[in-house]
Design a protein around this ligand. Structure first.
Ligand code: SF4
Ligand code: SF4
Length: 318
C-alpha cells in the first residue's frame, strides 16, 4: 500500500446542479464536516511521513472559504502540500480572483484545479475559468482542468472556449460514472465503456478520502461512496491519519482486491452463481460498485470470510 495523498470533501453544497454530479449536490445540500473533528484530524498530519498532498473538494469548497483557508494553513504548518478543486462560480472579476488566489497562496495553497466541461458550462461562464487559469499561472499555482466526458462530448469545443488561457494547462478527461445525479440522468448508451477484461485491477491506490459525513474511504473515486468499503469515521474510530491508513491496511476486502485484483471476486461470484457480470463497464470502479454493494455483505460473511484465511494474503504487496 503506497498512500501519499488524501482528499477532504468539506461539504456537499454547490452553486450549480450539473447533470453528471456524482454527489447530487445542489445549493440546498447542507452536509458539512464537523470543524473541530476535521481540524484535529488534520493536525495529526504532523506525524504522517506517508501523506504529502491534501486535496480539498466538495460540493463546492469555495462556499466554505474561511474553513478552506484554515485547513490549508493547518496542512501547510505541518509541511503538507495542498490543492483545491472548484467550479469557479466566484471568479467573474479578474482582480477579485487575483486577491483570492494570492490570499490562498499565502495560506500555503500549492495548486488549483477547475472543473469545466459541457455540464459545468451550463452554469459557469468560461470567462470565470479563464480568469482562474490566467491568475493561477501567474502565481505559480499550477492550474489544471478536470472534464467529465460522454461518448458524444466535443472536446475541441471545450478547448476553443478556453482559448489561450488553456496553454500549458493539463486537462484530465474522465469518463462519466453512473453514480449520484448521473445515475438518474445520464443514459447508459451515452457512457464510454470498455471490455471488463481490460480492467481487472484498481489503479488508484495512492489517494484515500474523508467525506463530508466524517466517513473514511480507501480512494477518492465517487463510486466508492456507494459501496461497503468505508473503513471508519473521524467521529468515532479514526482519530488520526495513522488510524486511517491502518484501517485501510487491515480491511479484508481491500487486502484481497489490492493483492489479487478483481479476478478473484469475478471467480468468487461466478463460482457461487449469484451475480450476472456485465461485458462492458465504464471503469474498474464500476466493479467495486457491483462487488461491494452493501447488499452483498451477507454473501461475504458466508462465503468469503469463512473460506479464506485472509492472513495468507501477502501483506508486503499492499
Ligand atoms: S459536479 Fe461539482 S460543480 Fe457540478 S454540481 Fe456537482 S459538486 Fe457542483
Ligand atoms: S476500483 Fe474501487 S477501490 Fe479502486 S479507485 Fe475505483 S472505487 Fe476505488
Amino acid at each position: 500500500m503506497n498512500y501519499s495523498e488524501m482528499v477532504v470533501l468539506i461539504g456537499n453544497k454547490c452553486t450549480t446542479k450539473c447533470n453528471i454530479c456524482c454527489f447530487d449536490s445542489t445549493i440546498e445540500s447542507n452536509e458539512l464536516i464537523n470543524d473541530e473533528y476535521i481540524s484535529n484530524y488534520l493536525y495529526s498530519l504532523k506525524d504522517s511521513k506517508e501523506i504529502q498532498w491534501v486535496h480539498f473538494s466538495g460540493g463546492e469548497p469555495f462556499l466554505y472559504y474561511n474553513r478552506l483557508k484554515k485547513y490549508i494553513k493547518i496542512c501547510s504548518e505541518n509541511n503538507k502540500n495542498t490543492t483545491v478543486i472548484t467550479n469557479g462560480f466566484w471568479a467573474n472579476d479578474f482582480l477579485d480572483v487575483l486577491n483570492t488566489l494570492t490570499e490562498l497562496k499565502i495560506c500555503g495553497l500549492k495548486r488549483i484545479g477547475v472543473s469545466f466541461d459541457e455540464f459545468h458550462n451550463e452554469y459557469i461562464s468560461c470567462e470565470n475559468i479563464k480568469n482562474i487559469l490566467i491568475v493561477a499561472k501567474r502565481l505559480n499555482l499550477y492550474p489544471s482542468v478536470q472534464s467529465v466526458v460522454l461518448k458524444n462530448s466535443k472536446i475541441g469545443d471545450l478547448i476553443d472556449l478556453l482559448g489561450d488561457s488553456i496553454s500549458n494547462v493539463p486537462i484530465n478527461f474522465m469518463s462519466c460514472d453512473k453514480v449520484g445525479r448521473a445515475d438518474n440522468i445520464v443514459l447508459e448508451k451515452d457512457l464510454i465503456k470498455r471490455n471488463m477484461e481490460q480492467m481487472p485491477v484498481c489503479r488508484k491506490g495512492h489517494t484515500f478520502s474523508v467525506k463530508y459525513d466524517g466517513t473514511v474511504w480507501p480512494c477518492c473515486c465517487p463510486v466508492v461512496y456507494s459501496t461497503s468499503l468505508s473503513v471508519g469515521s473521524i467521529y468515532y474510530d479514526i482519530k488520526t491519519v495513522a488510524d486511517a491508513l491502518k484501517a485501510i491496511n487491515d480491511n479484508k476486502k481491500l487486502k484481497i482486491l489490492r493483492n489479487k485484483g478483481f479476478n478473484y471476486y469475478i471467480k468468487l461470484f461466478k463460482d457461487y452463481g449469484c451475480l450476472s457480470m456485465p461485458e462492458m463497464i465504464t471503469s474498474s470502479c464500476e466493479l467495486c460498485k457491483l462487488f461491494f454493494d452493501i447488499s452483498n455483505e451477507n454473501f461475504y460473511e458466508k462465503n468469503l470470510y469463512n473460506n479464506l484465511n485472509v492472513s495468507e494474503v501477502k501483506l508486503n504487496a499492499l
